[in-house]
Design a protein. Structure first.
Length: 370
């Protein structure tokens, strides 16, 4: 499954749901009736995926996503710019300078903090063990209450006098029908949720991909402009390819408002630029690994960060791997996200990286699959 965002909007990239279980073919091409419904591609954020696909029981999981202050600020900046563009409102020089400075500082805040946030873990065992709202074949609680309301109804003298009692009884009977439908809906949602949770616990790889598609745990990371592809290797391991897209994400110059309100621009030194790049790449892979462990019962998350770099020997641009890392769940508790510097956190895990402060990342070999 692959996505990229541009200024917070999902671009037209077809979701590639890849699993080793099906030989690397996209899940969209599978015709197994036992698998969940195929999710079509979407080109905007206008329609929540769960609402469209019928997986309404997945909607509460969207609340587990945590958006940092940097992410919320970016959304506010995008909305402000979009409103002006839509209403064709011209920027004054002062407004434009202030906006560019805000955007730059927001970019720095995001790069510095991206590894420190993670959504709430999902307890799939608890969900699989949820008790049914009522036993199949029995009357549900809503219908039972509606029938009790109908049985307990005693028309008042005024209702009899105005001949309203028949209408009230009909309304109460209608409520019984609606209550029965509500019970059935809740039972169906319970069955879908518990069955899906059991699929996850049994290592169903198509269910894994559906979770990544429906819950979309890394949308705030993607909003910066990077791309992600997921490949479920087996029930215990997921491989992720991060398209860093540093040329669009890492600022090349600082933008600061001076005391007079004018925008001061200064080209970043190579060392400062590459340090921001290193923090972003390292922070992103840590965020991805941490998030996937919270989301799925995985033991291993293998991540390859790839970016476009100039080959100094040929002068040609090449798309290469700049960091390859294998996260093991057993080592995650050893990380101190609040105290340890982001690049130093990599030392807890097997990884390949070649980095120089003056030249940045050099290509590395990918780690082998587990």
């Amino acid at each position: 499954m692959g996505y990229r965002y541009l200024d917070g909007m999902k671009t037209s990239v077809w979701p590639r749901l890849s699993s080793q279980e099906n030989g690397g073919r996209s899940v969209e091409n599978e015709a197994d009736e036992e698998q969940p419904a195929v999710v079509p591609s979407f080109h905007s954020e206008a329609a929540p995926m769960a609402a469209v696909s019928g997986f309404t029981f997945m909607q509460p999981f969207h609340e587990r996503r945590i958006q940092s202050s940097a992410c919320l600020k970016r959304q506010e900046l995008i909305a402000r710019r979009s409103t002006r563009q839509r209403e064709q409102i011209e920027w004054s020089d002062a407004e434009k300078s202030a906006f560019e400075a805000e955007w730059y500082h927001n970019q720095l805040e995001w790069i510095e903090s991206i590894h420190q946030i993670c959504g709430e873990p999902i307890d799939w065992e608890r969900l699989a063990a949820l008790a049914s709202p009522f036993r199949r074949g029995e009357i549900g609680p809503h219908e039972r209450q509606a029938e009790a309301d109908f049985a307990d109804y005693k028309p008042t003298r005024m209702q009899k006098l105005l001949k309203q009692d028949a209408a009230v009884k009909q309304e109460l009977q209608d409520q019984i029908v609606l209550a029965k439908e509500k019970d059935q809906q809740e039972y169906t949602e319970w069955r879908r949720l518990t069955d899906f949770a059991r699929d996850i616990l049994e290592g169903n790889r198509t269910a894994y991909l559906r979770v990544l598609e429906e819950i979309a745990p890394l949308e705030d990371l993607l909003a910066l402009g990077s791309g992600l592809e997921y490949n479920v290797l087996n029930s215990a391991a997921v491989e992720v390819e991060l398209d860093v897209n540093s040329g669009e994400i890492i600022p090349h110059e600082s933008k600061i408002l001076n005391e007079t309100g004018e925008l001061s621009r200064s080209r970043l030194s190579k060392e400062d630029y590459h340090e921001l790049e290193r923090k972003y790449v390292c922070g992103s892979v840590i965020r991805i690994g941490h998030e996937l462990f919270a989301l799925l019962p995985l033991e291993t998350v293998l991540i390859h960060a790839r970016d476009t770099k100039v080959n100094l020997e040929t002068g040609q641009e090449e798309y290469v791997t700049v960091l390859s890392i294998r996260f093991e769940r057993s080592a995650v508790p050893e990380m101190d996200l609040a105290q340890e510097a982001c690049p130093q956190l990599l030392a807890h895990f097997e990884h390949h990286i070649r980095y120089d402060a003056s030249t940045g990342f050099d290509p590395v070999e990918k780690l082998s699959r587990p």
